[in-house]
Ligand binder design. Structure first.
Ligand SMILES: [Fe+2]
Length: 295
């Protein structure tokens, strides 16, 4: 594997369209094939006061991310108050708005069904951070949420490196999802009968966990806990410099974030039916491998 197997670069430098049709076509094909689409010339511009937020001092002591919910207009995870909190919230709101404009413009086939999730600001340095293996995003994994069942829906994320001093955001990207899933799926146990119902009833999940969610969580955990896989699996190292923007389906791209600080991120959700090639979704791949419907 080399960089060309995992990244497609686009030369676009604007957050809103119109985008060249050829760029749109290339972007959707690359994303659905499980590549990262990188826009090395697309920077998120910060105002003079906002550069003061590029420090882990912006965090509430116990958190590693600050998140913004467009539905409520509120930020969580910051220790700031009053005017400073309002200004930080405005920065995240603006990033989320630009990210949404970019995704809708560059991927017009997704626009009607696209759902915008949380915006996050990740000011703290990743390298040297300690966490349990299951929570350690320095290990290769695909994204899956324990409390928010996706029921097949895609997780799509857009990132910008806004580090003030040249600090690279360093990632690793692993093998194609279908190859990864074929190795790990035989090791996963089926979901125990009644578990999804009980978890929903107890308020442990928002909605009913599907077999798909159970398998995706199993893939996430089993890969992170497999030391041999983490040491030996195929991977390509990527480094995103400041003023770079990149995006991918993080439920299919095996990824690990190794180092870096001060990234902004916007999450989106997309129904499988809105994809140009739904058969490339993790849902359809897992259904083919397991020979059954999973939602
Ligand atoms: Fe992740």
């Amino acid at each position: 594997m080399d960089t060309r197997d995992v990244v497609a670069e686009l030369a676009s430098d604007g957050w809103s369209g119109p985008f060249e049709v050829e760029n749109c076509r290339r972007a959707v094909a690359a994303l659905e094939a499980g590549l990262v689409v990188s826009l090395p010339r697309l920077r998120f511009e910060l105002g003079p006061a906002e550069t003061g937020f590029l420090t882990d001092q912006a965090l509430d002591q116990s958190r590693k991310n600050i998140s913004f919910d467009a539905a409520t207009g509120r930020c969580h995870g910051s220790g700031y108050e009053g005017e400073r909190l309002a200004a930080l919230t405005a920065m995240l709101e603006r990033f989320g708005r630009l990210a949404e404009a970019l995704v809708r413009g560059l991927l017009p086939g997704y626009a009607a069904a696209l759902e915008r999730g949380r915006t996050s600001f990740r000011p703290a340095e990743i390298a040297g951070r300690t966490s349990t293996p299951r929570h350690d995003d320095k290990r290769l994994h695909v994204d899956a949420f324990p409390t928010r069942p996706m029921r097949g829906k895609r997780i799509f994320r857009l990132f910008s490196n806004v580090a003030p001093d040249g600090v690279l955001r360093q990632w690793r990207v692993g093998e194609p999802f279908a190859d990864f899933a074929a190795q790990f799926l035989p090791r996963l146990r089926p979901m125990p009968p009644g578990q999804a119902w009980a978890m929903q009833l107890l308020g442990l999940t928002r909605g009913r966990r599907s077999h798909y969610d159970h398998l995706m969580l199993g893939l996430h955990d089993t890969a992170k806990l497999d030391a041999a896989y983490q040491a030996n699996a195929p991977r390509v190292a990527l480094a995103f410099p400041p003023d770079t923007t990149w995006m991918c389906f993080t439920d299919a791209v095996l990824h690990a974030a190794l180092a870096g600080r001060c990234a902004l991120e916007q999450t989106f959700y997309l129904p499988v039916a809105a994809m140009a090639e739904p058969e490339k979704s993790p849902l359809r791949v897992l259904e083919r491998l397991s020979g059954r419907a999973l939602v």
